[in-house]
Every structure is written in structure tokens, then in C-alpha cells.
Design a protein around this ligand. Structure first.
Ligand SMILES: [Zn+2]
Length: 83
């Protein structure tokens, strides 16, 4: 998997989990996959629902390396939050 923000890669999910990667995050209504610890710390914050989201000053201004998913899309069921 690779970081949607800077493109750095890790080989396995275990490696990502151990490394403190963020598995998904939101920029407005777009959901993106994976952010490395460095980008998470610089760009992301925890929102009121406990989800990771892009800090307001970066929102809509970032260029991501994945395409992003619409938050409400049916394709998104697998990524649904555990509530
Ligand atoms: Zn990164």
C-alpha cells in the first residue's frame, strides 16, 4: 500500500499498522486510503466522530495519489465505519 499524500510505500498491512499508518481519512466528502505517520501528523486531525480528516487549512488543496471515493457511494460499503 502507499500513502495517498506523499506516495511512500510499505509492503504489508502489518507493517503499516505497526508503523502507525492511518487506514483511511476524509477530505470533505472524499475518502482516501492510507496515510503514512508523517503525513497523518502533518495533515490530519481527528474529527468529532473520531474519524481522521484533513485539517481545515489543507482541505480541498491537497493533491492525492489515489482517486478518492465518494463518502456515500455504494462501493464504499467495505470501508464503512464500525458503528
Ligand atoms: Zn505520506
Amino acid at each position: 500500500m502507499k500513502c495517498a499524500i506523499c506516495g511512500i510505500r510499505v509492503e504489508t498491512i502489518d507493517e503499516a499498522v505497526e508503523g502507525g499508518w492511518t487506514s483511511y481519512f476524509y477530505d470533505g466528502d472524499k475518502e482516501h486510503e492510507f496515510a503514512c505517520p508523517g503525513c497523518s501528523q502533518a495533515i490530519l486531525q481527528v474529527d468529532d466522530d473520531g474519524e481522521m480528516e484533513v485539517k481545515e487549512e489543507f482541505r480541498g488543496k491537497m493533491k492525492y495519489l489515489d482517486d478518492g471515493l465518494e463518502k456515500s457511494g455504494e462501493d464504499n460499503l467495505l470501508m464503512a465505519s464500525p458503528c
